[in-house]
Design a protein around this ligand. Structure first.
Ligand SMILES: [Zn+2]
Length: 287
């Protein structure tokens, strides 16, 4: 472990290290080496990917998602809706599309429902739960609610009671949410709360405030190097989940960055399999 909160100076160059000539930086061959061949022998699962389309103009179709996963031998991913222009009041249309994709690739996808706590979310929650969605995605900025609001607390309470993990966007647009997240984790010790983007927007405070809660997991998509260092240096490797946020990042970049940073922090090789999929599968009762 380095000095808390800082990438050790003598290892900083490794954040931009390149392989020998002839081995491309973001190649699977290089990734194998960065992960001590773990990607060859253990399941790799992504905790954060979108399918469909977003109000911001982004979109991702199932075939393109699977192509990206295949290129880096990623076994599968959690998928949920974007901030879809067809979301209506309750996300029924995009949740339906996620389910349709899941039915086409049931071995590769773990479907989460997206909900809007503003308004009547329960019928859609019930519908998705009964059908088999395995978790919930919430986005406080896009759906304009605060994590501590009574409506959001109700969603968290139901998820805890029904054993569904909740992935909450804790990136751009969310501010200092660590205190609210700690209160939720404290109040609902059975809730498995996944922090999408690892609360990087509230670093370094987030890891200090949230490290104490064993039911909080840190998902690594689009987290900058110095914040990822902070997470891996402070949080148990059994509570960190590999994520890409496809299509906003690629599997190549996301896998590469987590592998490089885990090595710099000094995460034991034996824990790489946990970071890159083992933790997620166990959390979902599949490990
Ligand atoms: Zn996302």
């Amino acid at each position: 472990m380095g000095q808390r909160g800082r990438i050790p100076y003598e290892r900083y160059f490794e954040t931009s290290v390149v392989p020998e000539p002839g081995v491309p930086l973001h190649s699977y061959a290089y990734l194998r080496r960065l992960t001590f061949e773990m990607v060859e022998t253990s399941p790799v699962w992504d905790a954060h990917a979108h399918l469909g389309r977003d109000r911001d103009g982004r979109s991702l179709e199932l075939d393109d998602l699977l192509r990206d996963l295949d290129e880096y031998h990623v076994d599968g991913t959690v998928v949920f809706a974007f901030d879809d222009p067809d979301q209506g009041a309750d996300f029924q249309v995009p949740n339906e599309r996620i389910w349709a994709a899941y039915e086409k690739a049931p071995d590769r996808l773990i479907p989460f429902m997206r909900l809007n706590p503003n308004g009547r979310w329960e019928p859609e929650y019930r519908r998705c739960l009964d059908r088999g969605h395995r978790g919930i995605k919430l986005h406080p900025r896009a759906q304009d609610f605060s994590l501590g609001s009574p409506a959001a607390r109700e969603v968290f309470g139901r998820a805890a009671a029904d054993g569904l993990p909740v992935l909450v966007h804790t990136g751009y647009g969310t501010g200092a949410v660590s205190t609210e997240l700690a209160a939720i984790a404290q109040e609902l010790p059975d809730l498995r709360l996944i922090l999408g983007h690892s609360t990087f927007i509230d670093m370094p405070r987030a890891v200090a405030v949230l490290a104490a809660y064993p039911n909080i997991y840190f998902e690594t998509s689009v987290v900058r190097a110095y914040d990822l260092f902070e997470v891996l240096d402070t949080i148990s490797p059994l509570r960190v989940l590999y994520g890409s946020d496809l299509p906003y990042a690629s599997s190549a970049n996301s896998l590469h960055e987590l592998a490089v940073m885990a090595d710099i922090v000094g995460v034991e090789a034996a824990h790489f399999a946990d970071l890159f999929g083992g933790n997620l599968l166990r959390l979902l009762g599949r490990g």
